[in-house]
Write a protein that binds this ligand. Sequence first.
Ligand code: C2E
Ligand code: CA
Ligand code: CA
Length: 515
Amino acid sequence: MAMQGLKASYFRLRRALRQGFFRPQIITFLPALLLAGYWFGGEGVILIAALLFPVLAVMGGLFDSGHGATRRDGATDLLLREDFLDLLSEAIPRAEAQNWNTACFVLEIDDWTTIVERIGKSGAETVLRRTSERIESAMRGADFAARLEGPRFAVALDPVRRVDLDAALNIAERLQGTAGQPVSIDATSVRVSVSIGFCLNTRAPRRTGEALLGAAEIAAEEARTNGPGGTRAYSREMRAQISSRNALMDDLLSAFSEGQIRPWFQPQVSTDTGKITGMEALARWLHPERGMIAPGDFLPAIEQAGLMERLGEVMLHHACSALRAWDRAGVSVPTVGVNFAAAELRNPKLVDRVKWELDRFDLAPERLTIEVLETVVATTDDDTITRNIAALATMGCPVDLDDFGTGHASISSIRRFAVNRLKIDRSFVMRVHEDREQQKMVSAILLMAEQLDLDTLAEGVESIGEHAMLAQLGCGHIQGFGLARPMAFEDTIAWIEKHNARIVETPIPKGIARE
Ligand code: C2E
Ligand code: CA
Ligand code: CA
């Protein structure tokens, strides 16, 4: 560790010399400076300068083979991509001639946008500089490094005898361990972690510098999506995987911009009165060629592409605009439930965004129900999530605990998150009218809800039998295919009117469900 610190200081001094001292302007005036030194200080000054200059020149890298004429990155003083590629292209045949190896590593600082947001541009430059010094300190001999775009760096090995996959993995771990350490800026310490991808010259798709660096970059991208702190060696399948992922990403982006992703609505009714008590907004992708795609088939891709928040914005916007449209049409939909993913709940600006959207449509907060998965409530130790849910609840938005019974939320977390209603998971509802065990489970949940003063809704109610039993057991609301499948907004008003007409015709006796 101490050795590495010493090496990092050496690289700092070396950069200072190269950037401050060995500039053409300074070297041009060197003879004049020496003359002035002799004039004022005599022969001693000339002697010291004559001895010191070569030492500084060596330290400043003035004689580095091939590196001398290169241009360097302003922030880190590392090579730039083109010069790195030149050296790499020259290293590959040199390695092959002796049956030796070279390898290229690409490192990327994880969560770079968050870091820049937190510490600003100049702080981020310091992180880049420190990281580059650490990378250099972990290199050996005539290995060389470059700064690529953004928070990415490349390192190549000067040809060495027999580097296999294991050896390359060890080097990758060493680079990653040295580069991924906290950087202190003013009084704060910034945690830095690094993902790394690499490729050996023998495994590159072609025997050129570009192909080797390109392969390491593909591996780094793969490492980053499995990060933070991911490590991946290049394999030929990666290229296909990445290109299909990129195609899906392009597809998703245009789906959002062309409004192909929007909510469908599934009604919820009271078991007591039969009246509509709400709608749940469920995402649908109306693909121009593939038809309607269910969330199970595109949510993972949205999540991987980091577009979960974008989905949340779209769903919230459409939910509010639907509420407004129902109000205008004179049909009563008291509230719409929107599913909030953990990624959205982590956004510190979430509450402001929700407030803004409600204000824009002039809607009271009770009109928007926040659906949070029980697993999120049960497992989170993230302060922002807790604060966001509590703030939305304080604002007046009801909170539904989704898929209840599958996530082991504690009673104290149910209290802490200010939950209003439990959405009993479909697995407890299935065949509840015929299965005693199911009835016991549902009864236990209903009893607990009553004691905690929570409302209840049964999800995935498919049959009249299930509906009737749930009403009899005292569950407050139901939702499911038995009542209605999720439907496009355009179909909702007709459905609501028909449903309302049916309850007026045949008022249900309390405790007995209708279809
Ligand atoms: P969920 O929140 O539990 O939503 C209920 C799911 O059960 C919906 O599936 C709904 O169509 C389905 N369902 C409703 N009634 C019945 C029934 O009687 N029988 C059966 N077998 N299924 C029924 P969907 O629309 O495919 O959504 C699946 C999941 O995707 C949702 O489960 C939710 O976790 C997630 N999701 C949907 N939209 C969004 C969204 O906008 N944002 C987020 N973060 N997640 C969403
Ligand atoms: Ca839900
Ligand atoms: Ca659910």
